[in-house]
Design a protein around this ligand. Structure first.
Ligand SMILES: [Cu+2]
Length: 136
């Protein structure tokens, strides 16, 4: 009788531990996905940049200057609640090398830079938003 109770108790404990472990695995996986989402962006469009002001600290795109090696990618993520774009050149002189179009909140845009050079870009909706990619 005592052996049976012990055995049932053991089985119960094993089931409980297994359930706890699989639940914590689930939680860990969820967290990994969130971290992935954050890491994916090399350049962030933070909140409130749709109003002038970010240009005084040069943080409309963060970082506003990114230096990469030839052949590497840059991914922009719009973390604002407004639309933004990543458009090559300057507001008064677009170069038509690349243009993300309107990026929805939390939408991202990735470009591979195969040629060295300095690539200026801006936001077509907010002329004060400026950034630069240097490819070495
Ligand atoms: Cu914008």
């Amino acid at each position: 009788m005592l052996k049976q109770i012990t055995a049932i108790g053991l089985i119960g404990a094993v089931i409980l531990v297994t359930m706890t472990l699989s639940f914590s695995n689930y939680l860990i996986e969820e967290n990994v996905e969130e971290i992935d989402l954050i890491i994916k962006g090399d350049v962030i469009m933070p909140t409130k940049v749709s109003r002038p002001g970010c240009e005084t600290n040069d943080n409309c795109y963060v970082p506003s200057l990114i230096v990469i090696e030839k052949g590497k990618q840059v991914t922009w993520v719009n973390e604002d609640s407004a639309f933004h774009s990543v458009t090559s050149g300057f507001y008064t002189a677009p170069t038509e090398l690349f243009d993300s179009g309107y990026l929805d909140p939390f939408e991202s845009y990735t470009i591979t830079f195969d040629e060295t050079g300095t690539y200026d870009y801006f936001c077509i909706l907010h002329p004060w938003m400026k950034g630069q990619v240097i490819v070495e």
